[in-house]
Design a protein around this ligand. Structure first.
Ligand code: SAH
Length: 357
């Protein structure tokens, strides 16, 4: 396979190894006149050991390390700033090769350790209650930039080599950047890389249907979370504009047919907006929509922000909504908002710093 420059990425001056799957890195090695196992070794250094400096790759001959340092690169998002919330949630502002910035979040003890990563700079989906949606889409992230967030956070938190979870719930819509995202997931799950089990990865999507249908055919099966947020087309058209193209019923049909791992369920995320989608009727319609689907519901009481016209319902109202679901046999949880004091919570990722270098 020729090494192509991914759409949206800055033109690399050197051959960049950071976004290559193992087989492609082996081929790149062959392309440089090396045995393919050298590619595998480099892949292991990058993704298993978190090393992005050829000089540190001690099982490569010294001369080769020097040559690679001249001919190739292992790009990595640069840590710009880090903010720690009172609850331990840490928001990393990362700077990309072209000076753009993205956010990635470490959420401790949920009960596991979780990294929330971005797939785009901004987002094109324009959901009415989401700050990232207000930015619009600036560009897709490359595979290297998606996996790089995990490498940087694992190193910075000291969690490299320990089990952790990944949620694709940062900036962007993963199925709108399908190829780079799936390549990143294949790298993260590769047993010669971070060897993350697919069940530790959750892909969250508004339900871009062609992407979802394609995801259903993949051998790699991350957990699936659907950002539902509404129970009628009118309501969802207004809150989640992609619904104007892919209607609720079609979305639910695809979910119903979606292949799941044994004992797995689809998570339906439902942001609760006061007086908009939080009535008992909404709750009852939600129960009906989910009939026949292996589902659980995660309620997200709105994280309010300037520029967002909606409000967070009272706790009593959230509990009443949850109780209607639970009483009808639907598994439901209320997401505890983490990192709200540093604006690291759901839908609050927005890069405000100027895009200067
Ligand atoms: N684009 C994907 C990935 C983002 S996940 C998706 O939409 O699923 C982020 C989750 O937080 C989504 O469920 C999103 O709808 C939700 N969210 C966005 N803004 C929010 C807010 N202000 N308060 C609470 N949840 C929000």
């Amino acid at each position: 396979m020729p090494l192509t420059v991914e759409q949206g990425s800055p033109l690399p001056l050197l051959l960049d190894f950071a976004g290559l799957e193992r087989a492609d890195l082996e081929q790149a090695a062959v392309g440089l006149g090396l045995p393919s196992f050298r590619g595998r070794q480099i892949f292991q250094w990058i993704h298993q050991r978190g090393v992005s400096d050829f000089a540190a790759m001690t099982n490569l001959p010294r001369l080769l390390r020097d040559t690679l340092a001249k001919q190739a690169a292992i790009s990595e998002p640069q840590l710009d700033t880090r903010q720690v919330s009172s609850d331990g949630t840490t928001k990393f502002l990362l700077k990309l090769g072209d000076g753009r910035r993205i956010e990635a979040v470490y959420i401790p003890d949920t009960p596991g350790q979780t990294f929330c990563i971005s797939t785009q700079v901004g987002c094109a989906m324009a959901c009415g209650f989401c700050l990232t949606g207000k930015m619009g889409l600036l560009r897709h992230l490359t595979t290297a930039e998606i996996v790089g967030q995990v490498r940087v956070m694992a190193r910075e938190t000291g969690l490299a080599g320990t089990p952790f979870n990944i949620v694709l719930m940062g900036m962007g819509e993963p199925l709108h950047n399908y190829d780079a995202t799936m390549r990143a997931l294949r790298i993260l799950t590769d047993d010669k890389g971070a060897a993350l089990p697919a069940r530790r990865i959750t892909l969250s999507t508004v339900g871009v249907l062609p992407g979802l249908q394609r995801l259903a055919t993949e051998s790699l099966m991350p957990n699936l979370a659907i950002s539902l947020h509404a129970t009628t087309d009118d309501q969802r058209d207004a809150l989640v504009p992609v619904n104007r193209k892919y209607k609720l019923q079609e979305l639910m049909d695809v979910c119903r047919a979606f292949p799941l791992r044994r004992r797995a369920r689809i998570t339906f995320e439902y942001v609760l907006l006061a007086e908009v989608n939080d009535t008992p009727d909404d709750a009852r319609r939600l129960v009906h929509l989910l009939a026949g689907i292996q589902a659980k519901v995660n309620l997200l009481p709105l994280n309010e922000a300037d520029g967002i016209e909606y409000h967070r319902p009272s706790e009593a109202r959230v509990n009443a909504f949850a109780k209607i679901l639970a009483d009808r046999g639907v598994t439901v949880s209320v997401r505890k908002s983490r990192g709200r004091d540093i604006r690291a919570a759901c839908g609050q990722l927005l890069v405000e710093t100027p895009l200067t270098h």
